[in-house]
Ligand binder design. Structure first.
Ligand SMILES: C[S@@+](CC[C@H](N)C(=O)[O-])C[C@H]1O[C@@H](n2cnc3c(N)ncnc32)[C@H](O)[C@@H]1O
Length: 301
């Protein structure tokens, strides 16, 4: 059986893990137990000249509700604690959150006492929500993360880019902006879906009955891919964002080419636990083996 219960991008729309017996295996030729998904719309053309920015403006109200004041489930339990731990921001430092969305990490930084925080994102509505949520001393800017000159208040001591590396079409430009925003010796933390294990539509959990093991299946990995993601799966409509997958070496090389030297990495595991019964032991073991997110800390050379 193929499934991806832990898909962390849109967790609120996922059904909770079911306790008890798994459904019987499907045989070749069996009809699927649910109507086939509608074919997703084609992704927009890539690149600024053809398609403008990859801003989440068109899904801003949905994303704002999803993240809320303190973050989604994965934000609160995995992403934000790791970002804070790895960035280790100090009260008197200038800190940038690039592609900040509605400002969830900026609020956390401000609440930890960091006095000079700037958030930048291409979506006007998400920035408007961030401003409205406050606190007033956090500065926000509508800016394209592929354009270093668009980021105000440079240089920064530290910068974060959370869950956006795969949402920006031009990775070298994104990392060049991150580097240009930092002073020499400044540090950056980027956290994104682990490119080796979490590729929408191309990776999934599967169950091996003989070994009673849940394993990670990968259908593609080494190719760059632009993958449309429906933001309201199962609810009709065709709102979608585009996920840009690149293999691990491409991500690391893009950081290096921007003058950002990786000094630490964490492979972040899911905090979810299956209800007892059925495959729960295998599921829980697999969650402790296959990370969901990759977190990298880099220093500007
Ligand atoms: C998954 S959201 C993450 C937002 C925020 N970091 C968080 O963790 O909630 C991705 C964000 O990247 C922003 N984004 C995409 N392309 C961008 C670009 N070229 N410049 C600036 N922001 C961009 C989107 O508008 C969206 O807010």
């Amino acid at each position: 059986m193929r499934h991806d219960r832990d898909d962390p991008r849109f967790d609120p729309h996922r059904r909770p893990p079911r306790p008890g017996k798994p459904s019987p295996p499907r045989r070749r030729g069996d009809k699927p137990p649910f109507p086939p998904k509608r074919k997703p719309p084609r992704p927009p053309p890539r690149g600024p000249a053809a398609g403008g920015t990859t801003s989440w403006e068109h899904v801003a109200s949905w994303y704002d509700r999803l993240v809320g004041e303190e973050g989604s489930d994965y934000h609160r339990n995995v992403i934000l604690p790791a970002a804070e731990r790895m960035l280790d921001p100090q009260a008197d430092e200038k800190v940038l959150d690039l592609c900040c969305g509605q400002g969830v990490f900026c609020r956390m930084l401000a609440a930890r006492g960091v006095r000079h925080v700037v958030g930048a994102d291409a979506s006007e509505s998400l920035i408007a929500s961030a401003r409205q949520r406050g606190p007033a001393h956090v500065r926000y800017a509508v800016a394209d993360a592929r354009d270093a000159a668009a980021i105000p208040d440079r240089p920064f001591d530290a910068a974060a880019c959370l869950m956006a590396v795969h949402d920006v079409d031009d990775l070298p430009a994104l990392f060049a902006t991150l580097a240009a925003a930092l002073r020499t010796g400044g540090r950056a933390v980027v956290i994104f879906l682990h490119p080796c294990f979490r590729i929408p539509r191309q990776s999934s959990w599967e169950w091996d009955d003989q070994k009673r093991t849940q394993y990670r299946r990968l259908d593609r990995y080494a190719s760059d891919m632009a993958i449309p993601i429906a933001t309201h799966p199962g609810r009709g409509g065709d709102e979608h964002t585009v996920f840009f997958h690149r293999p691990l070496a491409a991500c690391l090389n893009a950081l290096g080419a921007a003058g950002l030297a990786v000094v630490a990495a964490e492979e972040l595991l899911s905090h979810h636990v299956s209800q007892p019964g059925g495959h729960s032991r295998g599921e829980n073991r697999a969650r402790q083996e296959f990370p969901v997110f990759l977190a990298l800390k880099a220093v500007k050379l």
